[in-house]
Design a protein around this ligand. Sequence first.
Ligand code: PAF
Length: 281
Amino acid sequence: MLITKNIELVRRERWADPGQTWGFVPTMGALHEGHLSLVRCARAENSRVAASIYVNPTQFAPTEDLDAYPRQLERDLELLRAEGVDLVFTPSDTEMYPPGFQTYVSVENVTRVLEGASRPTHFRGVATVVAKLFNIVQPTRAYFGQKDAQQTVVIRQMVRDLNFPVDVIVCPIVREPDGLAMSSRNQYLHGETRTAATVLYRALMAVQSAFEHGERNAETLRALMRDTIAAEKLARLDYVSVANPDTLQELDTIADSALCSLAVFFGKTRLIDNIILEESE
Ligand code: PAF
């Protein structure tokens, strides 16, 4: 496994044999089963696999957890090696944002709602770093988790709008046995807060059950999520949403599918989760 901070070396390795297909898993490290499931998909569908580990400062607001974000490079590299990854790109901040850097990718409508409303500069940072990583690694396919549902919509939109020659593949959420979606930020949760954090999944399951029993009114489903969160005293709701999965606009009535998502604070830790509701064939 080649581990490098060097952009030229990544490109050289990528094009050493142009006949190979490359799957790429961009990460911010602190790897868990969710990331490893992306690596396994990439491994199954490509002849080579690249990953990146980079805690991207431009997607954190000054008030957010950039400094506290978990960093465990040696452990992450071991996990990637065990999955048979061929190349890991671990750039420094000056490699990614050298002095004089001044070009950003700004995706418009789909970044204004949900996570973007609560974190107004977040997706500009994500789109910019992902565009750079795509240009550096030049993968055949890139793998993202459904857990960050809006991020997948933003990246698909950017790839379409800017004609990146990359297939974006979205893989299912991986959950703990009690339903909590895997996240590097789960490391901030302990004791009764960790137990309380299952309320996101419980709220989504309540919505799914109501949908399966015929409920199609989006506001009723949003209210169900709000009520479930309100019943958990350690949780503070940021938002709930029942939206069109492509445009992310809030729905009145669910016609064929909906992205149900929510963000909840536990102290300073903010968790997100989602499910897609779909009419069965
Ligand atoms: O999902 C993440 O971990 C990050 O947003 C990403 C895609 C690696 C960009 O920094």
